[in-house]
Design a protein around this ligand. Structure first.
Ligand code: PLP
Length: 444
């Protein structure tokens, strides 16, 4: 056994898949088996594998200037170019970008910048963050505290809890509705509960609410129509900032540039990672509006510097990877491609699985989707301990399709954005066979 501590892994499990290389949407294991990477690895390899343009951009940069830090008076061309490029893309006013290495650290950076900002404007007591049940925002100390998945919170004291993390209800109608409640009634109830929670805590103590436009890691939850409109109205009314965590939904995934566009969110803050560089190099961005940056200037002057940064903030090779990735998204119209092939995928999933006895709900937008696997289609009852999710994931793998069971018994799909219709057909064939096998195994 190799002395590696693996993330989100059952240490006593013995089976591991060792991947060796990839091409397009396919990856290969050490026994030579070929798989469709149906989750873009971990929701990130948007351009697929072996993209020589991105690899060349990285190696060119490595040959030129492999590294330079960006602390205290230093910069380099790729970081400035990337910030300019992103500024022209994001729906944030006069955006400024703090670069890091992961979605988790970007969310932690945001938490600190919020502290700077609210201190700067004389509202230091505004420090609580609203997050949602089943939200995933990473695993570092601040981001981990805002995450609400049981496995990530276990044995971790979620230190931000002490300063205030409010957990609002998950907007998942299928699992959280009460009785015969309609979608509209469900939305009204949970938005009212949120407002009650805000008033009980006092709006003057709440800085921001963090949301994944479409929740990824806990099961690809697409909130009902009207949810975000009402949510934002309540947040604006109480002067609470809207913080969109676009680590999964950013850059074409939902069929638009950002999940915010798809879901009608006007964010104050945004978080990016994963598809920013198609995972060819680790990079993240914490995006803030110009008015927040301006306010922070005086605060930073008081202590002399903005006292935050990672050695690899804006690593030149990471910026080069991101710049080339963004260039390819634009040149190859990959966001509209994702919209078109995504519509096809969503239609296929509904056609094939809506009546399937093992499938309680088919959900998703663009090229992100999930099947909720249930033991009773009428009641929506689930299987214990993610049994159906794990079984289906295994059957998919045996059939040459890599997917991931998330949030217990949901099977998530998030293929590279470059996937074609023919490849969606191939994926669907493998998925159907795997779901049928799972049903045959679990139905008694
Ligand atoms: N935020 C969201 C919405 C995510 O899905 C993830 C990771 O999946 C993160 C943050 C954390 O990103 P990272 O794993 O790069 O730290």
């Amino acid at each position: 056994m190799s002395p590696v501590i693996y993330p989100t892994t059952n240490f006593t499990a013995t089976e591991q898949l060792c991947l060796t290389h990839g091409e397009g949407i396919y990856v290969y294991d050490s026994d030579g088996n070929k798989y469709i990477e149906g989750l873009a690895s971990l929701w990130c390899t948007s351009l697929g594998y072996s993209n020589t343009e991105v690899i060349d951009a990285i190696t060119t940069q490595l040959n030129k200037l492999p590294f330079s830090h960006t602390f205290g008076g230093k910069t380099h061309a790729p970081i400035m170019e990337l910030a300019d490029k992103l500024r022209a893309m994001v729906p944030v006013e006069d955006a400024y970008f703090f670069f890091g290495n992961s979605g988790s650290d970007a969310n932690d950076s945001h938490y600190k910048m919020l502290r700077y900002y609210f201190n700067a404007i004389g509202k230091p007591e505004k420090r609580k963050i609203i997050t949602r049940e089943r939200g995933y925002h990473g695993v570092t100390v601040a981001a981990g505290s805002m995450t609400s998945l049981p496995a990530n919170l276990a044995h971790f004291d979620a230190p931000l809890e002490a300063l205030g993390v409010l957990r609002a209800e998950s907007p998942h109608y299928y699992t959280n509705r009460k009785g015969n409640e309609t979608e509209a009634q469900f939305v009204d109830r949970i938005i009212q509960a949120l407002e009650d929670q805000i008033l009980a805590e006092s709006p003057d103590t709440i800085a921001a609410m963090i949301v994944e436009p479409i929740t990824g890691a806990s099961g690809v939850i697409v909130p009902p129509e009207g949810y975000y409109e009402k949510l934002q109205a309540v947040l604006r009314k109480h002067d609470i900032l809207v913080w969109a965590d676009e680590v999964i939904t950013g850059f074409g995934r939902t069929g638009n540039d950002f999940g915010c566009t798809t879901m009608g969110i006007q964010p104050d803050l945004m978080t990016f990672a994963k598809q920013l560089s198609s995972a060819y190099f680790p990079i993240s961005a914490a995006v803030i509006p110009g008015w927040m940056y301006e306010a922070m200037i005086e605060q930073t002057n008081q202590v002399g510097v903005f006292g935050h940064g990672y050695t690899y903030s804006g690593h030149p090779a990471a910026c080069a990877a991101a710049l080339k990735t963004l260039e390819i998204y634009e040149r190859d119209s990959l966001f509209s491609h994702a919209a078109e092939v995504g519509d096809y995928l969503q239609a296929q999933l509904r056609e094939v699985f809506i009546e399937h006895p093992l499938v309680g709900e088919v959900r998703g937008k663009g090229l992100i989707a999930a099947l909720e696997l249930v033991s009773n289609k009428t009641t929506g009852a689930s299987f214990d301990k993610g049994l159906a999710g794990a079984t289906a994931q295994k059957f998919c793998q045996d059939n040459g399709l890599l997917l991931r069971a998330v949030g217990g018994n949901a099977l998530a799909l998030c293929p590279p954005l470059i996937i074609t219709r023919d490849e969606v057909d191939a994926l669907m064939g493998k998925l159907k066979a795997a779901i049928d096998s799972t049903y045959a195994e679990l139905k008694d």
